[in-house]
Design a binder for this molecule. Structure first.
Ligand SMILES: Nc1ncnc2c1ncn2[C@@H]1O[C@H](COP(=O)(O)OP(=O)(O)OP(=O)(O)O)[C@@H](O)[C@H]1O
Ligand SMILES: [Mg+2]
Length: 161
């Protein structure tokens, strides 16, 4: 399978949101983004940007769906925001009806995706955030499959603008 990678350092929460917004504009129906990183790494912050790029008007409605497991936002494409923090198995994920969503026509954003890799489609983008300092995060974006490598090529373009 074709794979691609882009890495950069975000210097602030706003920069992470801004990057997310530009990524969100590139997404199409059915796209899946897996978000990985420790508590407070910036997964939800990045989601705030992505949903703005998808045309969701109010980024303040975006919260980690730690207890609800999934939030749904209305953008130019429906956005499904999962939080697998409390899930222990792929079965837990499929029990909440993830298949219909992940293999459907919305955009899926999955926090703590590393808990449920087996429930994800074969092709997706994985974004790993790691804390460097209070305001700096390393952001590693891996694309799996032709379609997502195409998105990564465009991300490389916007990163060097
Ligand atoms: N460069 C940065 N990028 C993203 N967030 C940052 C950055 N610098 C500081 N922050 C702060 O780090 C925190 C990240 O919190 P956020 O809720 O996005 O993390 P999370 O990974 O979703 O955590 P959780 O696993 O608890 O849901 C926010 O308070 C944000 O303002
Ligand atoms: Mg979160």
């Amino acid at each position: 399978m074709k794979e691609g990678k882009v890495t950069f350092i975000s210097m602030s929460a706003n920069e992470t949101i801004h990057f997310g917004e530009r990524l969100g504009r590139l997404l199409a129906p059915g796209d899946v983004i897996a978000l990985v990183g420790e508590l407070g790494a910036g997964k939800t912050t990045l989601v705030k940007g992505i949903v703005q790029g998808l045309g969701v008007m109010d980024k303040h409605i975006v919260k980690s769906p730690t207890f609800s497991l999934i939030n749904i936002y209305k953008g130019r494409i429906p956005v499904y925001h999962f939080d697998a923090y409390r899930l222990e198995s792929i079965q837990d994920m499929t029990d909440i009806g993830s298949d219909e969503i992940l293999f459907g026509e919305g955009v899926s954003l999955v926090e703590w995706a590393d808990n449920v890799y087996g429930a994800l489609p074969k092709e997706y983008i994985e974004i790993t955030l790691s804390v460097i300092s209070e305001s700096q995060r390393k952001i590693e974006i891996n694309g799996f499959g032709e379609h997502y490598c195409g998105i990564l090529d465009k991300i490389r373009g916007i990163r060097t603008e």
